[in-house]
Design a protein around this ligand. Structure first.
Ligand code: MN
Length: 250
């Protein structure tokens, strides 16, 4: 069993190291991650400058691959031949903070898994809830269990799993919920930080997002203390509305 790990928080993130240490107990693991934080980079590519690739020594003494590119670039480089062989699964994370509802359209963590699916390699994105004091230990051990189950059962073509884990001790996790995407409510505020001639400079701030806690959603499950697992498909077509659109008279 051969796994590729990446993330969007950057190669030095504690969440990536926790994931690596846990998965190494059951598989051969390669890491190829960005050299900086690409959180909220979405499914993006670095086009304006060349991609660099180098090795780096992690805190556990292991040697990993690092790029100046986005999480998606790292996965693409790895799967286009920079790994010695094709991995059985790509795991992205463990992200600092949740990726629920429409977060998945912003998330570099999820985008890395999407990139793997484009290469027809099954993929999991895993994120830890909360906005401070993350403890990755339970999420890392759960990732190991999930990886083994996914490898045993397989995933349909075009599908990735988006996993969110409550930031609670193991004893306070209530179980696993198979979910759909919920609806995020963003409370972003733009703070004017400088004004120079014609130019104004803004920084994104405001409180963390909330969301609607509708039954069956990732948001509701996470808030209730469950691990949420949402299967995502890369086909964004709205098939129901497509039927209605075919009656349009154009
Ligand atoms: Mn992130």
């Amino acid at each position: 069993m051969y796994l590729l790990l990446t993330n969007d928080d950057g190669v030095q993130s504690a969440g990536l190291l926790a994931l690596k240490r846990s998965l190494e107990e059951v598989a051969e693991v390669a890491v190829f991650a960005p050299d900086r934080n690409w959180s909220a980079a979405g499914h993006s590519r670095l086009l304006e400058e060349p991609l660099t690739v180098r090795t780096l020594r992690l805190a556990d003494g292991s040697t990993v691959l690092v790029s100046n590119g986005t999480p998606s670039d790292c996965v693409a480089l790895a799967l286009m031949g920079l790994l010695p062989r094709r991995p059985d699964l790509v795991v992205s994370g463990i992200n600092r903070g949740p990726n629920v509802g429409s977060d998945v359209t912003y998330s570099g963590t999820v985008a890395a898994a999407m990139e793997a699916v484009l290469f027809e390699v099954p993929a999991i994105a895993i994120s830890l809830d909360g906005y401070e004091n993350w403890d990755f230990s339970f999420a890392a051990s759960f990732a190991r269990r999930l990886v083994l189950e996914v490898l045993r059962r397989g995933l349909p073509p075009g599908v990735l799993l988006n996993v969110n884990v409550p930031n609670r001790p193991a004893g306070e996790i209530r179980g696993v919920a198979m979910t759909r995407l919920g609806r995020r409510i963003y409370r972003d505020e733009w703070e004017l930080i400088a004004e120079e001639g014609e130019e104004r400079r803004y920084r994104l701030g405001g409180p963390p997002p909330t969301g609607e806690l509708l039954p069956g959603t990732d948001l509701a499950a996470l808030a209730a203390g469950y691990i949420s697992i949402t299967p995502l498909h890369l086909d964004l077509t709205d098939h129901r509305f497509l039927e209605e659109m075919r009656t349009w008279e154009l």
